[in-house]
Write a protein that binds this ligand. Structure first.
Ligand code: ATP
Length: 682
């Protein structure tokens, strides 16, 4: 099965699109152990383990569903290669890390958090017994801050490396230095205890990777290929392109539903708006189907949904119904959704892109674009995991061939502010590091400027005490700055309430098209004259009061009546608990409150959002303080019909205009008081 460094043909095989010609398995395994043994990777187990034992770095390429992510960590554990250390497996996304930990824990017949655990932002399940940990790449970067040699780990597996997230790139770079220090005592001179640590093994895995590039980066590391996939996936393209991809997805879904045998459907769409629109259309048409037709259960799946709701996609469909999952690319890699037989791929995704010019500072926005070949293959790979599958691509074969192989690495297109702060804490600089792809100078400049304005760096680009404090929080630097500022202004309790809601994945208010007036009326009660941030605080206070005085059932009922998202507030409560722990470590008293005088809260927010300040223009629009753009207040804001001299905002949204979302009115003096703006030459 295993073919180290094969010739061109074998290499091509690992990259060609999945086709129905691949060898199907005739017997369906029943027990989980049988299933493990049936995976394509299983027959190459000994050879794989041997190669990893022999090499410090291994690049492993294998088709989707071949068993890399679930099996390799278990093989390494069973073989003893990890010694007494832990095995980390990184994932670009939370949902993959948690669902994989659940699967592998089940295969090991243990509870999640025991031998097999996970670590994602604001959520961790691990213990002293944990030996295999599925973690988001961001969490492992965060671990570097406390343990720069990653001394607890003897193996780090970078999975889905083709996605080239910014954090994966940071890890790839740091792991190279860590490994040199840990594995070659000669190089470790002056590194203190590094040479006494266990050697570190690195495994880089993907189904669709420029393996040679990774190999060159890791000093010509060994490349291994796992051949074959367990179940075939037949791929179909449209004859002509489909500009209205939502409508094309709707038609394709109903064709499957009416003509094809049972099996659940996974539809890839670019974002939440398209998901919501298709969700409505499917339900509308489903009602018109003849009675004897199997029912349809529609499950949306996007990052802004709370984790508990995302987890619902893994539960089996009700008998006699077809489950239809509408997902963004968060369901694209690593995960196995039981029951999926059909995939519909619109060929679109949203991509994070940094827009320095419009904002004057590092700022990411999401843009809809065509996917890459690598994404198309990953999407097709979500079918055919438990049996043969089908993938209907809503684009032509020519379009597929015209797609770029992989996306541009995030390091070349995203804001670097948060990563730069973390690197500064490690005594590193973006400009000096050995990256696979160097970041853009303009983006580095914007990140330096942001951190300087936040007070995290001084004028010599050196990390300040404040910067170190900010980095301790698992938050974007601007939000972390507001929390740290709350100590100075005596309002930590209120700022934690607001920042926790802003950090939750789901929205606080849900929009109900059917009951728009009632929703708006309910929202008006919480409205604070200064805008959206203190409106959030009003909701949190009311929610807490109801919960404390009337209990859980009343709380839920209250949320429903107020059109407030109960899950968002519960998630925020969980986030708050974790931020409180960081505050406690740093001697920030979480209980400090400013009571009814909320001005200190706005002052703290201004410290974090100073780059997002804008001044009223005669025509009613707002001009950015630190950028050239003219912005309008987003219609969802409680200030949308008001004219106030100065605003701060959470983010910009690009539609027909540039809109500021999450807006508060602040006195001009609060902005002028920001230390860096007082400073000549700032
Ligand atoms: N949660 C699950 N439920 C049922 N089967 C699963 C589950 N997770 C994994 N499997 C089975 O294990 C197989 C291998 O999964 P694994 O994630 O290890 O593959 P992979 O090679 O890493 O693929 P990919 O790159 O697509 O993630 C799946 O195709 C499926 O048959």
């Amino acid at each position: 099965m295993m073919s180290p460094r094969p010739g061109l043909e074998a290499r091509k095989k690992a990259r060609v699109s999945i086709s129905a010609k691949n060898t199907p398995k005739s017997v369906q395994p029943n027990s989980m152990q049988d299933q493990r043994n049936e995976l394509p990777i299983a027959s190459g187990k000994e050879a794989l383990v041997e190669e990893i034992r022999r090499n410090d770095v291994t690049i492993l390429i294998g088709e989707t569903g071949s068993g890399k992510t679930t099996q390799v960590p278990q093989y390494l554990l069973e073989s003893g290669i990890a010694g007494s250390g832990m095995i980390a497996v990184t994932q670009p996304r939370k949902v993959a890390a948690t669902s994989l930990a659940a699967r592998v824990a089940a295969e090991q017949d243990v509870s999640v958090g025991d031998l097999v655990g996970y670590s994602v932002r604001f959520n961790e399940a691990s213990s002293a017994k944990t030996r295999i940990k599925y973690a988001t790449d961001g969490m492992l970067v965060r671990e570097l801050l406390g343990d720069p040699m990653l001394s607890r780990y003897s193996v780090v597996i970078i999975d889905e490396a083709h996605e080239r997230t910014l954090r994966t790139d940071l890890l790839i770079t740091n792991l190279k230095t860590i490994q040199k220090a840990r594995n070659s005592p000669k190089d470790a001179k002056g590194k203190g205890s590094a040479s006494q640590l266990n050697p570190l093994k690195i495994v880089v895995m993907s189904a669709t990777l420029d393996a040679e590039k990774f190999s060159r980066f890791y000093d010509n590391a060994k490349i291994l290929y796992v051949k074959g996939r367990q179940h075939p996936v037949a791929v179909y393209h449209t004859a002509v392109s489909q500009p209205d991809y939502v409508d094309a997805a709707l038609r394709t879904f109903f064709q499957i539903h009416t003509d094809q045998p049972p099996g659940d459907v996974l539809i890839f769409l670019p974002g939440q708006e398209d998901i919501e629109s298709l969700d409505k259309s499917i339900k509308l048409y489903a009602d018109r189907l003849p009675r004897d037709n199997p029912g349809i259960t529609v499950c949306p799946m996007y990052a802004a949904l709370p984790a508990s709701q995302q987890a619902e996609i893994f539960s089996p469909a009700t008998p006699n119904t077809r489950k239809c999952i509408l997902a963004t690319n968060i369901a694209e890699t690593s995960i196995t959704i039981p029951g999926i037989k059909y995939v519909i791929d619109t060929g679109k995704c949203k991509e994070k892109r940094y827009v320095a010019r419009e904002t004057g500072t590092g700022f990411d926005t999401l843009l809809t674009r065509d996917i890459t070949k690598s994404s198309a293959m990953q999407r097709a790979g979500r079918a055919g995991r438990e049996g043969s599958g089908f993938c209907f691509r809503l684009y032509t074969e020519e379009s597929f061939h015209a797609m770029p192989d992989t996306a541009e690495p995030e390091i070349r297109r995203c804001s670097l502010t948060s990563s730069l702060l973390q690197l500064k804490c490690l005594g590193q600089d973006l400009e000096d590091l050995d990256f696979m792809d160097k970041p853009d100078q303009e983006a580095i400049g914007a990140a330096l400027k942001s951190l300087y304005l936040l007070g995290a760096l001084d004028s010599k680009k050196c990390l300040t005490e404040l910067g170190r404090d900010m980095a301790a929080f698992p938050l974007e630097p601007n939000l972390a700055r507001a929390v740290v500022a709350s100590r100075e202004f005596g309002c930590t309790s209120e700022v934690l309430d607001i920042i926790s809601v802003l950090s939750a994945t789901s929205k606080l208010f849900y929009d109900s098209t059917d009951e728009r007036d009632a929703a708006q009326e309910a929202r008006r009660k919480f409205r604070h004259i200064s805008g959206d941030h203190l409106t959030i605080l009003n909701v949190v206070r009311a929610f807490r009061e109801i919960w404390a005085s009337e209990g859980k059932a009343a709380r839920r009922d209250w949320c429903r009546k107020q059109f407030v998202n109960d899950r968002c507030l519960l998630e925020a409560q969980n986030i708050r608990n974790q931020l409180q722990e960081v505050c406690a470590r740093m001697g920030i008293d979480r209980r400090t409150s400013c009571g009814e005088n909320e001005q200190p809260v706005l002052k703290s927010l201004v410290r974090g959002l100073v780059q997002h300040a804008a001044f009223l223009q005669p025509d009613g629009s707002y001009k950015q303080l630190m950028g050239p753009s003219i912005v309008k207040i987003h219609p969802s804001s409680s200030l949308c019909d008001k004219k106030v001299p100065v605003i701060i905002y959470d983010e910009l949204v690009y539609t027909s205009h540039i809109y500021a979302r999450g807006v508060s009115a602040v006195p001009r003096s609060f902005v002028a008081e920001v230390p860096v703006l007082n400073h000549k030459g700032a």
